[in-house]
Write a protein that binds this ligand. Sequence first.
Ligand code: NAD
Length: 288
Amino acid sequence: MRLMVVGAGQMGAGIAQVFAMHGHEVLLNDVDEVRIKRGIDGIAKRLQRDVEKGRMTADARGKVLEHIDARPHFKDLDVALAIEAATEDFDTKIDLFHRLDENTAPDTILASNTSSISITSLGATTSKPERVIGMHFMNPVPVMMLVEVIRGIATSDATARTVVELASSLGKTPVEVRDFPGFIANRILMPMINEAIFAVYEGVASIDAIDTVMKLGMNHPMGPLTLADFIGLDTCLAIMNVLYDGFGDSKYRACPLLKQYVAAGWLGKKSGRGFYDYRGTVTVPAAV
Ligand code: NAD
């Protein structure tokens, strides 16, 4: 299959890598060539690590990279599927769905990797809402098994079936959910992360202590603050705001400390600093 992935950040690059590893032709898009190159370089680096660890041959690595092409524009898009994995921002995604709709064939499936934004709203901006669906991969995409498949109110059975089969063919486990704010994954995960941030904000315990309690006490592989840094604090804040607006319930209000970190540009691992500091040779909790 030939597909377009829009957004070459941590998720878009991961999605492009997984499709290319399964022999699909991927066009990778972002706002400029520099960001697309950064995404492709990241994929090349990750695959190189796989070669060094004996998980892949150098030849196979070369073939995967040959399956990914930079595509800085939307003109003449001859693709069966487009997956949008741009920044978690409603206006950005609405604009992208509008442009994808204008530049693709009527039967092209338009999927979003959004963590929380309404698939129904994205579909409504297009001429083919029955072909619009959520295909929510988890981070890191090459490693995580789950794909949450979200049906907007107008998504057709045929579109859902195609996407479920496609996710399975990539070696993932698709789970179908309905289109309500945060779907299932982030409706449950994000309030927990937000509560962990409130615990930091109120001085209940240190960053390290909170993560240790959740790791050793709940058997979570990663503490909530480490996970927040890994997801990106801007993405966490955007998801909390979608939950808050969507349900109109104060229990989803974002912690002021999360807002302050995002305002400071402390976005977690991707910016070098979040609840932990990633700039040195060892990762350490950052001072609050
Ligand atoms: P990121 O910040 O790493 O990357 C986002 C990319 O989108 C950037 O490269 C940015 O330049 C690009 N972008 C922004 N506007 C664009 C536009 N108009 N056209 C093309 N590209 C554009 O973010 P991410 O973590 O990769 O998240 C991307 C999406 O995936 C979001 O919707 C997010 O909610 C979702 N998601 C994130 C995670 C996670 O753990 N980070 C998990 C699942 C889903």
